[in-house]
Design a protein around this ligand. Sequence first.
Ligand code: ARG
Length: 276
Amino acid sequence: MSTSPRPRVLMCPPAHFSVDYDINPWMTGNRDQADRDRAARQWDALRELVADVAEVALIEQVPGLPDMVFTANAGLVYRDLAVPSRFRHAERAGEQSHFTRWFSAQRFELGPLEGIEFEGAGDALLDRAAPRLWFGHGHRSDARAGDALGALLGIEVVPLRLVDPRFYHLDTCLCPLSGGHLLYFPAAFDPAAQAAIAARVPQDKRIAVSERDALAFACNAVNLDEVVILNRATPALRAQLEAAGYRVRETPLDEFLKAGGSAKCLTLRLDEPGLA
Ligand code: ARG
């Protein structure tokens, strides 16, 4: 039995979730296509799985901000510091003040990146086994945010250029796991990024997923200790994760896939670094 405190996770009940605009390829053709009741049921099921292993904090969704449910984009949390997001698209900019106020109310110190686009824990993922931040850029976050984060956090920042528009945030194609494994979809990265990953994570710790799993958002997983919660995994991927010591929990989140998000996007880890 572990005696460490339970992880803490921020979620936002989808009271006003919808697909109202088109800022990523998943949203294209899906305007007004999300079923809010079904989304609410899927979100409740996810929250229950998360609450089995973590404390869940909630922020209320503001009407007119349909993507606010994706709390991964609130900001990057590191110890008592929160680096609020500065969204690339005007459609999401209204979320910033609400998330920033929430961080302040929770007594996080604020470390904003002035004038640089940065989409929080959608693009900045702490490794679970080393003091290292994986940082995705190329679609949403500005590459310059990487240097700023390195200076602010004082840990290694590994910039990774994303090249496939379907995987527009780092957390759609890469997930650091508690045992030091890295779950990822290599083709979403440019060759330099693939090399940067290979140079830091030994081959037996790299879990490369198929395009099929990637398109089902398998890399958009919530990993809390040995539990891995995700939308869907092929039997092959499930077997690979189980062989590596993880307990896989699938929970359908297709209503949120219509907006380009899944399990991990709907959560923000608040006790970082969350080393297992
Ligand atoms: N519709 C949202 C957007 O395009 C989805 C965000 C998903 N969040 C994430 N962390 N990948 O911004």
